[in-house]
Ligand binder design. Structure first.
Ligand code: HEC
Ligand code: HEC
Length: 289
């Protein structure tokens, strides 16, 4: 892999990015085989880039490959993965009679296995309404319209617990987000945002996650910014982080006014970013530093 440089030296300096040869490292060679309650599962964390990324990336990597040994290790055993506590909480919420008339998710959907496969194709354009949906939209649709409750906050703990539970039902399935047909305009919009330079630092997602993955930014080994591992358990926050939240954090780091979590802009961005991971496994709940 070539050593790549930032186009803006000022931005690089401002962020304290050391761009010496020593500050580059290949993604770690490792295999993500996870000990689960019912045996082992091996995830695809590295794959040929999907056709629509031709000229941009040859190989796509899960963010897992850029983390340190102990962090990667935690994701190799569900017992050690702190995110599983939140999956359990999601399960309690799934079964709870919390609707205005005592409805539960389970009452209509049976077990959470009924959601198998969904995470792998999200975000997507809903066939009935034609609108772009992130998982949070589907959940809130049921919470408000079918359970008569106030919408859950897009980045609330309740929401993230449910994202974790539903995401786990697709663990190991290969991400296959549609980019054509009704998804095409959202894909284009997300792509435009991905390549737009924001903030005082004038940096785009691509400047960091396409041009500079492998380089170190302060102590962080820069990944390709994939969302296949989301929601992730983040050690720094001692809690779950959703993709929408991560986007807010990354844009804020460029010292820009950020779009809101759950905004049309970030929904389109999530579709685009997720599609850059077509071919990687859904990780259920990843572990990051
Ligand atoms: C100034 C550099 C920078 C920019 C610009 C930036 N990010 Fe990040 N991003 C980081 C760093 C550092 C991390 C943490 C280490 C890593 O996973 O790369 C990160 C992590 C992520 C992750 C988590 C990956 C994982 O597997 O845990 C995602 C997703 C992400 N970024 C998406 C984006 C998107 C989308 C944009 C544009 C809106 C963006 N980033 C802009 C620096 C940046
Ligand atoms: C009163 C019944 C009812 C309740 C309660 C309910 N849902 Fe739903 N849910 C539905 C129906 C009906 C659909 C639409 C199914 C379809 O279009 O095939 C749906 C769709 C969904 C979808 C999209 C599934 C897909 O494959 O497109 C998700 C995710 C979802 N619900 C999550 C939840 C969660 C989480 C809860 C509890 C907080 C919940 N639902 C509570 C009836 C319900």
């Amino acid at each position: 892999m070539m050593h790549r440089k930032f186009t803006s030296r000022l931005a690089a300096t401002a962020l304290g990015i050391a761009l010496s040869g020593a500050a580059f490292a290949e993604p770690v060679e490792d295999t993500l085989t996870i000990e689960t309650d019912d045996g082992e599962i091996t995830l695809v964390t590295q794959a040929p880039a999907p056709a629509h990324l031709e000229g941009a990336l040859k190989t796509i990597y899960s963010g897992w490959h850029f983390r340190e040994d102990d962090t990667r290790g935690m994701q190799k055993d569900d017992f050690d993965n702190p995110g599983m506590v939140f999956v359990d909480r999601g399960m309690d919420s799934w079964n709870a009679a919390q609707g205005a008339n005592g409805e539960s998710c389970a009452g209509c959907h049976q077990g959470p296995e009924s959601m198998a496969g969904l995470r792998a194709v999200m975000p997507r354009v809903d066939a009935k309404t034609g609108s772009l949906m992130i998982m949070e939209d589907y959940i809130n649709g049921c919470v408000t319209e079918r359970m008569g409750l106030e919408a859950w906050g897009v980045t609330s703990n309740k929401m993230k617990d449910m994202l974790a539970l539903i995401s786990m039902q697709s663990r190991g399935e290969v991400v296959n987000v549609a980019v054509d047909g009704p998804a095409a305009p959202f894909y284009e919009k997300g792509k435009e945002i991905y390549y737009t330079r924001y903030g005082q630092l004038e940096m785009s997602c691509a400047n960091c996650h396409e041009d500079n993955y492998g380089n170190f930014i302060r102590a962080d080994h820069l990944s390709q910014g994939q969302v296949s591992g989301f929601p992730v358990y983040r050690l720094k926050d001692a809690g779950l982080v959703s993709a929408q939240q991560r986007f807010v954090g990354c844009v804020r780091d460029t010292r820009a006014e950020t779009f809101k979590a759950g905004s049309d802009e970030f929904k389109a961005l999530e579709l685009y970013v997720a599609s850059r991971g077509n071919g990687l496994s859904v990780e259920g709940v990843g572990v990051r530093h």
